[in-house]
Design a protein around this ligand. Structure first.
Ligand code: LMR
Length: 333
């Protein structure tokens, strides 16, 4: 916290420097917790490239990957205080900020595929969720994809019974807490940057993440088994400090909007392939055995996880869940 306040104070002091300071570029610090070679990491780099190009150097984007500046919870505080300007936290991480509706994305098996998700995020429901961030001093700019999650541990995870008593690392979401409990596991919230070590030292037994995150954090080196359960989704909201954004000169803001729109198309286009490639690379590395559920096992997982939606409906909102279910039931071509 002290680090964040000091950084915010020095940002404010720099703003007072005057005419000489006015010549220097506007700096956007974009902080995130994953590796540069992930869908989010590459999306951030693409935004930097386009933002600097479209603003003709008036804006400089500094990307800080791998929790170099801040961990999960700290980065949101840093954004609100103005110590960094841009982030892309996973949708599971908005609960602690008080916008628990975002946890609807964490509900097990709520979305059959990314096409259904896109209909939500590109439509009025997606927009109204981003608008809820305004009162927190945050402007939501876009949704970026990662992928569907797989479960890993040092033992095979074929049926819910295999989870009994396992300590499973989760992101800070009550829905994910409920999900792990429904499987008989003990959920443990940990910052993303702490997961590898926690798995290695046995502080936790397992976790869930899309293959791209698992591979780039080398989690496959410390997890003997993984199940391709695709039981839940992990994606991001790209957010900025609202005051910073609103105070930008209008022409600069619209150039940045253009850069963000194009970076979003890029990030969403590459996400699936990044995950497919990461899975292939982990299979090749040979340290983890990957398991595909039989239809009967999948039915058991769905049955065990079904109560989570009911249990969480008052938290995330019944209407929101229904809107998701409606899109999920539409035929995807
Ligand atoms: C996690 O904490 O597991 C993910 O949210 C990390 C990320 O940003 O993809």
């Amino acid at each position: 916290m002290k680090k964040i306040i000091l950084a915010a104070v020095s940002v404010a002091a720099l703003a007072l420097i005057g005419p000489a300071g006015a010549q220097s570029p506007i700096v956007i610090k974009f902080s995130h917790v994953v590796a540069p070679e992930t869908p989010k990491g590459k999306g951030a780099e693409k935004f930097k490239e386009l933002a600097e190009k479209y603003t003709n150097g008036k804006v400089k984007v500094e990307v800080y990957p791998n929790s170099q500046l801040y961990k999960d919870k700290e980065e949101v505080e840093a954004l609100q205080l103005g110590a960094v300007q841009m982030l892309a936290p996973s949708l599971a991480k908005f609960g602690p900020l008080g916008v628990k509706e975002f946890e609807v994305f964490d509900l097990p098996y709520i979305m059959p595929d990314k096409a259904a998700l896109k209909r939500i995020t590109n439509g009025p429901v997606g927009k109204s969720l981003l608008d809820k961030l305004d009162v927190k001093g945050i402007k939501g700019l876009a949704y970026w994809d990662n992928g569907f999650k797989i479960m890993s541990a040092n033992k095979p995870l074929h049926t819910p019974a295999d989870f009994q008593g396992l300590k499973m690392r989760i992101q800070s979401s009550k829905v994910l807490e409920s999900e792990m409990r429904a499987l008989g596991a003990i959920p443990q919230v940990l910052a993303f940057s702490e997961v590898y070590q926690a798995l290695q030292t046995g502080v936790v037994d397992g976790t869930e993440n899309p293959p791209s995150n698992m591979y780039t954090q080398k989690m496959h080196e410390v997890q003997k088994h993984a199940t391709l359960s695709n039981h839940g989704y992990l994606g991001y909201a790209v957010i900025v400090n609202k005051k910073f954004w609103d105070d930008l000169p209008a022409d600069v803001r619209s150039q940045l909007e253009k850069a963000m729109n194009e970076a979003t198309v890029y990030a969403n286009d590459i996400a699936q392939k990044e995950n497919d490639d990461a899975l292939e690379a982990m299979k090749k590395a040979g340290k983890t055995t990957f398991y595909t559920l039989t239809p009967a096992e999948l039915a058991e997982w769905k049955k065990a996880l079904a109560p989570v939606t009911e249990e969480m409906s008052s938290r995330v909102g019944k209407d929101l869940i229904e809107a998701f279910q409606k899109e999920a039931n539409l035929k995807t071509n």
